[in-house]
Design a protein around this ligand. Structure first.
Ligand code: AHG
Ligand code: MN
Ligand code: MN
Length: 337
């Protein structure tokens, strides 16, 4: 007898609507944004999955505003998101890691009261070697008046103002994880029906840590207290058991493994990246929101990531994110700096 494996199927669309119904005053705009992002994620996944077969590998032959060489998939993913999101009537502007300035919603489209910030393809140096990559997004409510194009100030809001945030990981399976402040929820793409299905409701990051994610190549450029912190995480100062070091070089992949398995990801400032490498608005903030919703924490070493008042669109921040106890260890050992 063939068992119907879709007896309790909950698609991401259904889950988003059910969550929206918990808020009588909701207009449905945020639900629409999340559903459009799920479509964009499926379109990017289909490109990432084809990789070498679809002429999407390698460099695009240009640099982004960060001075980083753009991979073809960086540009393709960026275009997919812009075109999937610009006509829904819920946004008044967007901002991307891959574009210097604000991406306005064209005149021909209705504008809404939200702004979207995103890293279209995170970990892009890993694409050509088939290591998981991701997409990261953050949604804020516009602060500027009227219904014109959103402004820079609409983007430069502290992370605690986010109304939604999430990421997609194109790994051994494609998963989308998002929060609207009512917990963090994970959906796995079933490519045979082209739907994201609820697989991880109410994610809670384990209290006990297993993993440490850090690029130790920068050790020589760290401050002494950062060196001491990483030595502690590695069980080398006699105060604790060593964490397993796992680092793939895609923030989304390292973050997701630690979120589900328990652990801490650290990208400190160093002599070469004096503010750290990761971007506050579309890497640190959205993952910090997800992490806190799952019972974890995120700091820049001095303060909570979500409390940082941004001053520039592409500003960077040191990042210590994961299980609460490990982030507390970091802030205690770095506060003295
Ligand atoms: P992106 O590909 O969006 O530029 O992000 C790359 C980031 C992040 O994904 C990863 O954690 C970090 O770069 C790795 O940096 P290092 O190679 O310096 O360790
Ligand atoms: Mn990134
Ligand atoms: Mn990127």
């Amino acid at each position: 007898m063939v068992r119907n494996t879709y007896t309790s199927v909950v698609t991401i669309e259904r889950y988003i609507i059910e969550q929206e119904r918990l808020h009588p005053q909701a207009t449905g705009a945020l639900s629409g944004i999340l559903q459009d992002l799920a479509l964009a994620a499926k379109m990017i996944a289909s490109k990432v999955r084809l990789a070498g077969l679809a002429d999407v590998l390698g460099e695009h032959g240009s640099e982004n505003v960060q001075g980083e060489t753009q991979q073809k998939l960086d540009v393709i993913s960026n275009d997919i998101i812009v075109k999937a999101m610009d006509h829904g009537g819920r946004l008044c502007a967007m901002a991307s890691e891959e574009e210097e300035g604000i991406i306005p919603i064209p005149e021909k489209f209705k504008r809404g009261s939200y702004v979207l910030l995103f890293d279209p393809l995170d970990g892009s140096s890993n694409i050509d070697v088939n290591v998981p990559v991701g997409t990261i997004f953050s949604v804020l409510r516009r602060q500027s008046k009227g219904n014109g194009v959103g402004t820079l100030d609409d983007m430069l809001q502290p992370g605690y103002k986010q109304v939604a945030a999430g990421y997609v990981i194109y790994g051994s399976s494609t998963m989308m994880v998002y929060t609207t402040g009512q917990g963090a929820h994970g959906f796995t793409l079933d490519p045979s029906i082209g739907e994201f299905l609820l697989s991880h409701p109410g994610i809670r990051t384990p209290e006990a840590s297993r993993y440490l994610s850090v690029n130790e190549a920068y050790e020589q450029h760290w401050e002494p207290n950062v060196k001491a912190l990483v030595r502690r995480y590695r069980g080398m100062d006699g105060t604790r058991e060593a964490l397993n070091v796992r680092y793939v070089g895609s923030l989304v992949a390292d973050f997701h493994r630690n979120l589900l398995g328990g652990g801490v990801f650290v990208y400190p400032a160093n002599a070469k990246n004096t503010s750290g490498k990761l971007r506050l608005l579309y890497e640190c903030n959205p993952l910090a929101f997800i992490c806190e919703q799952a019972g974890g924490a995120a700091s820049d070493g001095q303060q909570r990531i979500l409390d940082i008042q941004p001053t520039q669109l592409h500003q960077r921040s040191p990042l210590f994110i994961g299980s609460k106890a490990e982030v507390t260890t970091a802030t205690e050992m770095l506060a003295s700096s």
